[in-house]
Design a protein around this ligand. Structure first.
Ligand code: FES
Ligand code: FES
Length: 153
């Protein structure tokens, strides 16, 4: 099936078999490897991207379901190598985590901050409830979001 979507501002037109996952289209066709496949069962959140103004687990969507949509991956968040305030705060608070889990966390948290400009700790933790870290935990990530919120106010 021929689909057309916008990925990080670029138009992508592609023939895709109906069973191709959105995450595989992004990684294999668009060469955007920020979104990872950590579980393939919707549990880990490494594949989170934004579809329009909401975050989605791209391993749980077929590419054809994104036909006509605007997709943003972690690569599309910042232009010209500039980090977003959230990414800056993650860096400064040592919440950058590993390359496997953090892209999905960044996308989930970006979504959170777009819908709630001043989330409390409970809301921050709820915002990344679908993003699993298998090693370091969530403390630095929470502090980073609090910092990003504070710096903005
Ligand atoms: S790979 Fe999508 S939730 Fe784990
Ligand atoms: S899985 Fe990335 S830091 Fe834990």
């Amino acid at each position: 099936m021929r689909i057309t979507l916008t990925v990080n501002g670029d138009r992508v037109e592609q023939d895709v078999p109906p069973n191709v996952l959105l995450v595989d289209l992004l990684r294999d066709t668009c060469d955007l490897t920020g979104a990872k496949v950590g579980c393939d069962t919707g549990q880990c959140g490494t594949c989170v991207v934004r579809l329009g103004d909401r975050s989605v687990k791209s391993c749980q969507m077929l590419a054809v379901q994104a036909d006509g949509a605007e997709v943003t991956t972690v690569e599309g968040l910042s232009g010209d190598g500039e980090l977003t305030p959230l990414q800056e705060a993650l860096w400064e608070e040592h919440g950058a985590q590993c390359g496997f889990c953090v892209p999905g966390m960044v996308m989930s948290l970006t979504d959170l901050l777009e819908h709630d400009s001043a989330p409390d700790e409970q809301a921050i933790r709820a915002g990344i409830a679908g993003n699993l870290c298998r090693c370091t935990g969530y403390g630095a990530v929470v502090r980073a979001v609090q910092k990003a919120v504070k710096d903005k106010s």
